[in-house]
Write a protein that binds this ligand. Sequence first.
Ligand code: FES
Ligand code: FES
Length: 162
Amino acid sequence: MTDHHLNINGKPHVVEGVEDSTPLLWILRDALGLLGTKYGCGIGSCGACTIHVDGIPIRSCSFPISAVDGKEIRTIEGLASKDGTLHALQQAWIESDVAQCGYCQAGQLMSAAALLDASPNPSDSDIDDAMQGNYCRCGTYKRIKSAIHLAADSLSGRVGKS
Ligand code: FES
Ligand code: FES
């Protein structure tokens, strides 16, 4: 059991007396109350628990807390700006009416955000590659793809930001 120093959405947290192998998702939800990140499969296969560690999308259900000490963690709660301005993806998600039950959507948004950080003007196949591990039982894939294109256009200034 050790203490872990986490930097989550720009804020430092000390998590005391936790096994090194504890999945980060458990810490986010149960210890820190960051409930936006969802538990789906628990084995790294569905994408519901996707967050960023140093800008890379990872499955927090299968990522030990010991691997993130001192790293920059970003969860869905940190996707909007500090002043509350929604990320272009969140705005596009609303405009495209993407969500159905909503359960998978935090993970979808975090994977999409990592994609746009790495590839600001993704093709359909870039989107397919980046999003292929994020499952949606409601079948919102087409709307997700449209919303990613819309957000990319908004970020690049190709369409007006609302
Ligand atoms: S809950 Fe982590 S990948 Fe499914
Ligand atoms: S919106 Fe229901 S699982 Fe994706």
